[in-house]
Design a protein around this ligand. Structure first.
Ligand SMILES: [Zn+2]
Length: 119
């Protein structure tokens, strides 16, 4: 089995840690921007305001769920780094193309398996 040189994985680990912190910050600020979290919000909104709030809330939820997925993905990649499985496809267990890892360091699927998942 080919494993990545430690100087390389350390760089990736640092990058992923940074990304994780960034994602958590984004998640937090999105949650805070949700109008339903606003305690000061008035109970007698016009219908228009309510609709705006609903749309805003939906958009926020979509964004948060997208960020949550990314957080899970980054954590998975970090775990793989720790256990020496980084760069190995979690589905077919082949090595993931290094070009792909360079573009998407938090990926845990090879190109083929990622395409299978999409279709
Ligand atoms: Zn694969």
């Amino acid at each position: 089995m080919i494993s990545f040189p430690s100087r390389l994985t350390r760089g990736i680990e640092a990058f992923l840690h940074h990304k994780l912190i960034d994602l958590k910050k984004k998640e937090k600020s999105l949650k805070e921007s949700d109008p339903f979290f606003d305690q000061q919000r008035t109970g007698n909104n016009s219908l228009e305001e309510d609709v705006d709030e609903q749309i805003g809330r939906f958009e926020t939820e979509v964004k948060i769920s997208f960020i949550k997925k990314q957080i899970v993905q980054v954590r998975k990649a970090l775990t793989n780094l720790k256990i020496g499985k980084y760069g190995i496809c979690e589905k077919c267990h082949n090595m993931i193309d290094t070009d792909r890892l360079a573009v998407k360091p938090d990926t845990t699927l090879c190109v083929k398996c990622a395409k299978d998942k999409e279709s």
